[in-house]
Design a protein around this ligand. Sequence first.
Ligand SMILES: Cc1cc2nc3c(=O)[nH]c(=O)nc-3n(C[C@H](O)[C@H](O)[C@H](O)COP(=O)(O)OP(=O)(O)OC[C@H]3O[C@@H](n4cnc5c(N)ncnc54)[C@H](O)[C@@H]3O)c2cc1C
Length: 470
Amino acid sequence: MTDRTYHSGDVSGLLNGRVSLWYDEIGIPARGPALPGDASVDVCIVGGGLTGLWTAYHLATHQPDLRIAVLEKEFAGFGASGRNGGWLSAELAGNLERYAATGGRDGVVRLVRAMEQAVDEVITVCDKEGIDADIVKNGVMHVARSEPQLARIDQTLAHHATWGIDESHERRLSRGEVHERVRVEGALGAVYSPHCARVQPAKLVRGIADAVRRLGVTIYEGTEVTAIGPGRAVTPHGVVHAEHVLRCLEGYTASIAGRRREWLPMNSSMVATEPLPEHVWAEIGWDGAELVGDSANAYSYAQRTADGRIAIGGRGVPYRYGSRTDRDGMTQRWTIESLAAILHSQFPATAGIPLTRAWCGVLGVPRDWCASVTLDPATGLGWAGGYVGSGLTTTNLAGRTLADLVLRRDTELVHLPWTNRRVRRWEPEPLRWLGVRAMYLLYREADRREATGLRQPSRITRFANRLTGR
Ligand SMILES: Cc1cc2nc3c(=O)[nH]c(=O)nc-3n(C[C@H](O)[C@H](O)[C@H](O)COP(=O)(O)OP(=O)(O)OC[C@H]3O[C@@H](n4cnc5c(N)ncnc54)[C@H](O)[C@@H]3O)c2cc1C
């Protein structure tokens, strides 16, 4: 199971790995000081991605005298928070029925509204803290390029309508309306939501890390946590003792002793073009900053970057045996090729434009594919994640909720239906690997059939979802 990869310089001009495109612009940060030895604080946060940083931000804002330490293995923003597609969207992981099982139907509607508000909350904090992360809120389009994809969009909209999720959240666009925004080749229609902004992920996460430091929080970088228990986080540099220890590792959760089967590290990869010339943009007609995805089972997601590239992502190799993660974001050759094929199929005008960048990262997938925020008051242990690829906004809602739970604030957030959900663990290997691999093989087969003449979504998709409990 060796990865066939492009190494830096293998392909003329294409840099693969080195965390992500987003750091090319601001530079890979030098690591801050590591934990100097044993320490004692009030709250110890493990993981310096957006979940950990938003939690620290809100804890420190509500209670400035709280002693808070963030322990980060590499540098703040090294993980998915500094590598993602920059979709700051109100999309929520998983299916609504599962959240309703713990929070009721009205709880689900409150959660959907809370996600919409979280998009604006992130933008507000960026304004307040002087963070320029190239944010533009023009919404998101999931484009259907075949009859079955269109049928899937309509089924989803009809299903959401039964939950009272109305046109203020998302609405159907005709083919003409899609083309007015972006000329995606073969588009038949789309679902559009205004609740989404384009973001430069590294600028956002590094900006939040700076804001957190200004509030008096200590971020120890180059500090790997190997074990977590009630009141303590263990690192090679020393043990941090704290009343509350919060695990904020999402796709890296399996690296902690005893947590290997908790959240599956799902891989997602991206490629980016060089800046497109004006005549290519004119052909594509993508004047705004809408985020654009397709409606395939193995879907893609794209953004027009502030410097005029298209960055597009998708699943590629979905999962590495034994919950392994990539080293510094290097992805596989065939993933790059398949993403290039999707790009050229959606935007034929890009066919002659070189790709300059490729990278990947991991996100966390719970066994029931629904996100959660949890604090066990008996042990002081807490965690948040499992956002299944919709984590950019959700980390903000999770961080605010985790902070309220720690501070025992009886807010609306702590009563949302994703709070304190119990989720069973993934199966041991090789079942995990076989299950996820089979699911994506089936998705690809379903997509192939849907692209070649089916009128309704392939039944294979339902079978694939049942296989992995999606
Ligand atoms: C390629 C890609 C594209 C994506 N696109 C989008 C998108 O467009 N929109 C969206 O909503 N979501 C997207 N996501 C998902 C989203 O980025 C994540 O869900 C979110 O950033 C998770 O944040 P986090 O802080 O929980 O985890 P991370 O950002 O992964 O942070 C975890 C941190 O823990 C550190 N760490 C790891 N192990 C240890 C250890 N043992 N001890 C201490 N520290 C450790 C890591 O270095 C990392 O900095 C994407 C993800 C990927 C990979």
